[in-house]
Design a binder for this molecule. Structure first.
Ligand SMILES: [Ca+2]
Length: 266
C-alpha cells in the first residue's frame, strides 16, 4: 500500500513535470516520467555513473577522497543502504594524487578519467582491481562509449573521441545548439544513438547528435532537485546512467541523498 501511494505520488509529479518544464535553449524540451527513486549514499561526490548487470558503477571525486565503487541497482524496501556504514559490493580508493572524474565500461573494463592528472585508469569490472594507466593531454570531466570510441568531455564545448586500446585521440567534435556553443559539458551517457550530457551547475541534460554535435533536445530536471534539501552549492546534478532492464535513465548528483529512475519521451 505504501509503495502504491508512493507510485501514485510520483505519477502525479511526472505529469506536472511534463506540463511545466521550461526549456532553456533552442533545442526542444524532452518530456519525461519519474518511474521510481531510491537512496544514494550522500558521501559520494558523483563524477561518473554507469550500470551493467544490475550493478551501479560510480566514481567519486576530490583529492585524497576519490573512489571507484559498485553497488546493486535494486534497493530492498526499507533498506538502510544509504547509511554511511552500509557496504558497497566493491570499493577501490584512488591514490591521493588523483581526482577521479568520468567513468565508463567497455569489454569488461572500467575506464576512469582523472581531472588534471592526464591519466586514464583502467580497472577490472568484476573486482575493481587496477589494471593499467594510459596518458592523455587536457582535463578529464565526463566519459562514455559508443562501443567504438571512449568519448571524453573537458568542461568546454568540445567532445574528444579516443581509441580504447591506447586512448590516442582520434577526432574531436564541437557541441552547439542552433550554432551557439554549449560549454561546461560534464558527465556523459551514450544511449539510443545519442550522447546525453549533464551541463555543469545546471539542472539539465542535453541530447547530442554524435555525427554533427547538434543538441537535438534537453531534459530539464530541476524538479528532481526540488524534492531534496540541498544546502551545498556543489551538490549539482551529475550522474546519468541508462538502465536497459528498467528502460530508463538513473539520475543523481554530487552528494545527493537520492537517485531517480526517469523515462524520457520522444
Ligand atoms: Ca554515465
Amino acid at each position: 500500500m505504501k509503495q502504491l501511494v508512493k507510485t501514485l505520488a510520483l505519477l502525479c509529479m511526472s505529469l506536472w513535470l511534463i506540463a511545466m518544464s521550461p526549456g532553456s535553449g533552442a533545442a526542444p524540451t524532452i518530456p519525461y516520467k519519474i518511474i521510481t527513486e531510491r537512496t544514494h549514499k550522500p558521501t559520494l561526490f558523483t563524477q561518473g555513473l554507469q550500470i551493467e548487470n544490475d550493478q551501479f558503477y560510480e566514481s567519486s571525486g576530490l583529492y585524497g577522497k576519490s573512489l571507484l565503487v559498485s553497488y546493486p541497482v535494486e534497493e530492498p524496501e526499507g533498506s538502510t543502504w544509504a547509511r554511511l556504514s552500509a557496504p558497497f559490493t566493491h570499493k577501490q580508493p584512488l591514490p591521493e594524487r588523483f581526482f577521479a572524474e568520468g567513468l565508463t565500461l567497455l569489454d569488461d573494463k572500467l575506464y576512469l578519467l582523472t581531472w588534471k592528472e592526464g591519466t586514464l585508469l583502467v580497472y577490472d569490472k568484476t573486482t575493481l582491481h587496477y589494471q593499467k594507466s594510459l596518458g592523455y593531454t587536457g582535463e578529464g570531466w565526463g566519459l562514455t562509449t559508443d562501443g567504438e570510441y571512449l568519448i571524453r568531455s573537458d568542461g568546454s564545448d568540445t567532445l574528444f573521441f579516443h581509441a580504447p586500446q591506447d586512448f590516442r585521440l582520434e577526432k574531436t567534435m564541437k557541441v552547439q545548439d542552433q550554432g551557439k556553443a554549449i560549454t561546461r559539458i560534464n558527465e556523459l551517457e551514450y544511449h539510443a544513438g545519442f550522447i546525453w550530457a549533464n551541463i555543469w551547475h545546471e539542472d539539465r541534460i542535453i541530447r547530442i547528435d554524435p555525427n554533427t554535435g547538434d543538441a537535438t533536445g534537453e531534459l530539464v530536471l530541476s524538479a528532481l532537485r526540488n524534492t531534496m534539501k540541498l544546502n551545498n552549492p556543489e551538490q549539482v546534478l551529475n550522474g546519468i546512467a541508462w538502465d536497459e532492464k528498467r528502460n530508463g535513465f538513473w539520475i543523481t548528483g554530487k552528494l545527493w541523498p537520492k537517485m531517480f529512475l526517469i523515462q524520457p519521451g520522444d
